[in-house]
Design a protein around this ligand. Sequence first.
Ligand code: SF4
Length: 335
Amino acid sequence: MTRKILLVRLSSIGDVLLATPLLRVIKARHPDARITFVTKTAMLPLLEHNPRIDELIGYDPVRPIRPLARYLARGGFTDRLDLHGSLRTQMLRWLVPGRWHSYPKHHAARSLLIRTKRNWYRDTRPVPERYFDAARDLDVTPDGKPLEMFIGREAMDDAVRRLREEGIGQGRALVALAPGAQHATKRWPARQWQILAATLTEQGTDVVVLGGPAESTLGADIATAAGDRAMSVAGLVGLGVSAALLKLARCAVTGDTGLMHLATAVSTPVVALFGPTVQSFGFFPYRARATVLERNLPCRPCSAMGGPVCPLGHHRCLTDITTDQVFDAVRRLPR
Ligand code: SF4
């Protein structure tokens, strides 16, 4: 009997990409299986060219979930993997009958680590490997390879065209900067991004700033500070073109964000700045050429996903990371 395997991970950018090693291994172990992946519509560009997936379904969260559930209930799936574990996927599991498997999110260990600063994690695996617990019936183990994202030709052509039109990255190395993060405490200060961008361009590197609409002003300010060897596409391009620009870059500098995982998924080396979050949460760059910069402060970690303000008011976990240190890490990254 052909296996029909359903995987559900609705968001966010990093969490969806962290599922790609599992997808790769399942397809290699069960080449005849039909794999269906459900994610939010906004996440589709991350997976639309992934050859491990036979059916990719986008879910628009403003619409009711019942039509999707009815469709999936008729799918005859032999294996159902919930890689999200949210209220919404709980509802989906309830509406799509059959046995579902999930993975450990370690909420208790995470809360205790934040509250007591003692590490209660017994499971030291990164999240891409924790996902394998949801596939326990599929006889699969991690293959030791990184995340992956397959870039479409259109997105790559668009990225190349934008760089050419601005004269950026033409005969000079390109560094991608991703200054944004959903929560303020995960963001390195804007002034430090500006100084880094200016230093990079002075030292012979071109810069492209990436991000979503929320970073459009910040991105423009950083590019302006760096002069005419820098451009910002923050808020102007989607995930596909962002991935292509990352692929064209010699390296990327990011916070603990989805674009960090996107860079690793296209094999671009990363300098990642970690502030209020720590490695035990499982989201360090996975099997990638990467340098993580972090400060050893007794207040870390103070939250699971960052927050609106530093509870201590100083935000030293990120402000103490200097532009010189980041520039030096960029310079030392393996090519
Ligand atoms: S400095 Fe400490 S308390 Fe403030 S945001 Fe960073 S980790 Fe949290």
